[in-house]
Design a protein around this ligand. Structure first.
Ligand code: PBG
Length: 323
């Protein structure tokens, strides 16, 4: 049988998650899969994400290769995908989501509150993250404790980021737990940040399996990896993001969780937050309702919560993201 070509970025994280999906495709369909390496501008550039136009840069080279027929399918981190889906490409599968939470990797095994109270060597604790969403919520959390922190803008791969802590340049960094999990590095996490304190990025922890919409049999084959509950939850989160007219580098957190009655999922709770990077102003809202019966219904939940957030002044806070 001819192998399906799975295009992947070269980074350790991208390779790890592509391998996992490749194995799952083979397990479920018996179809062999080969990995094809694609270099993206986001992998070679050292400029900040904002100056190169957001995380969408990681996605476009893979999509170009899909449309050119150089690869059969691609795996993206869902949170890096723009919310507007190009009609010529299909999100064939959203596999079961991994841990959606953000994770702290701090010096001396410290948790977030311990670190904030302890401070850094010469003043407030220095915590690295390139994400305005994380900055806003971490700063707001520290404010609630009556303390200040220094959020320091960083980027780079997982090794580089954790390296700042190991080298003593930063007291901690914040990363997605799912990414650390896929790299087999959960042992380095010193605190998993509860969504009550830090809402993850919309779609965080979920992968998206994409192929051309022009190959319906391939779409159907890949769809065997799809997890309907993941699709419902992330649709609500991503529609909230889209309805706020915010991009993937905006300070927007959103998390939909499914509430179960025994073994049966009965309700969906969607929480959203927008804030200024200094955490001085946050608009945070939550809604709980019956489990949406379709992605359209899930999208409606996201739009509704976005409208409520906009009515509370969310748009004005997002304007701060240029700073
Ligand atoms: N923005 C980069 C990015 N995109 C996806 C992940 C990994 C985890 C995931 O699937 O959400 C990460 C790293 C991070 O935020 O720490």
């Amino acid at each position: 049988m001819k192998a399906l070509r799975l295009g992947t970025r070269r980074s350790q994280l991208a390779t790890a998650q592509s391998r996992g999906v490749a194995d799952e495709v083979t397990r479920l369909t018996g179809q062999p899969v080969e990995l094809v390496e694609i270099t993206t501008y986001g992998d070679v550039s050292r400029e900040s994400l904002v100056s190169i136009g957001g995380t969408g840069v990681f996605v476009s080279a893979l999509r170009d290769a899909l449309l050119a027929g150089e690869i059969d399918f691609a795996v993206h981190s869902l949170k890096d995908l723009p919310t507007a889906q190009p009609p010529e490409l299909a999100l064939a599968a959203l596999p079961p989501r991994a841990d959606p939470r953000d994770a702290l990797v701090a010096r001396d095994g410290l948790g977030f509150e311990e670190l904030v109270m302890a401070g850094g060597a010469a003043g407030p604790a220095r915590i690295g993250t390139g994400s305005p969403r994380r900055m806003a919520q971490l700063n707001a959390w520290a404010r609630g404790l009556g303390r200040e922190i220094d959020t320091v803008s960083i980027r780079g791969n997982v090794d580089t980021r954790i390296g700042y802590v190991r080298a003593g340049e930063l007291d901690a960094v914040v990363l997605a737990a799912a990414g650390l999990g896929r790299l087999g590095r959960t042992g380095e996490i010193t605190d998993l940040l509860a969504p009550d304190a830090v809402l993850p990025a919309p779609g965080q922890g979920a992968l998206a399996v994409e192929c051309t919409a022009a190959r319906p049999e391939l779409v159907a084959q890949l769809a065997r990896l799809d997890d309907p509950h993941t699709r419902i939850a992330v649709t609500a989160e991503r529609t909230l993001l889209a309805a706020l007219e915010a991009g993937c580098s905006a300070p927007v957190g959103a998390f939909a969780d499914l509430l179960a009655d025994g073994q049966t999922v009965t309700e969906l709770r969607l929480r959203g937050v927008v804030g200024t990077p200094d955490g001085a102003q946050l608009v945070q809202l939550s809604t709980t309702g019956p489990l949406p019966a379709s992605v359209e219904e899930a999208a409606a939940v996201g739009r509704q919560l976005a409208d409520e957030m906009l009515a509370k002044g969310a748009a004005g806070l997002m304007g701060e993201r240029a700073l």
